[in-house]
Write a protein that binds this ligand. Sequence first.
Ligand SMILES: N[C@@H](CCC(=O)N[C@@H](CS)C(=O)NCC(=O)O)C(=O)O
Length: 246
Amino acid sequence: MLTVIGSFVSPYVRKVLACLELKGLDYEVDPITPFYGNDEFTRLSPLRRIPVLIDGDFHCSDSSVVCAYLDEAYGGYPLLPEGPRDRAKARWLEEFADTRLGDVFIWGLFYQKFVRPRVWEEEPDHARVDRVLAEDVPCVLDYLEGELPAEGYAFGQLGLADLAIATFFVNARYAGFDVDAARWPRVAGFVAAVIAEPVMQKLLGFEAIQLNASIKGRRQALMDAGVRLTAESWGLKEPRRGMMAL
Ligand SMILES: N[C@@H](CCC(=O)N[C@@H](CS)C(=O)NCC(=O)O)C(=O)O
């Protein structure tokens, strides 16, 4: 049994879970919110970030490292296309998503509008949000509009690059942002198609429970929905500041 540490609401955790689902692998989850990890979590994830994967006596963190491990260790449904060039291109799109979409949509919008009020009881940095929406978002969407196909996925069948990109738009939505389909039709169509995939819909159902159930009833509600939760948790009751400069 594989274990994933990390909340369903994290884009990076969602990417890993979608890959596990695509591969049909069994897994259990400790759905902790980042910043709440205990000392053992710090040992498993030295940057104190989610996701972490535990596979028996082996563990690794970072969603890209985890997905690459899953593809190499378990075979089955391939996460990457065939051929060195397409594989390199897919890895680049994943890297662009993790780094740039992460900066823009997670730290620039989701962290500001969703995490700051809920975790830290702080106001968003409104100036930063305005700047991100006016300058950074159009820039990344223009780039993706030029990279994505008019129809279908980046390399034929649904794969890691598609999931890596689309996952950030779920969090963007939580922060109140939707892609303008008139200005970026490829991005809008692509994101809608990936999110409509059964693997994503299943996970979105779990995260709706994580977001909406009371703290007391959450564990039971997740288990009732079919989530296998870990017996132990790597979470604390109080958050600790992370290592990122915020
Ligand atoms: N490159 C990492 C990024 C993971 C990441 O930034 N996760 C966020 C949650 S969405 C986190 O744990 N943030 C806590 C922090 O940076 O302190 C990956 O791909 O896994």
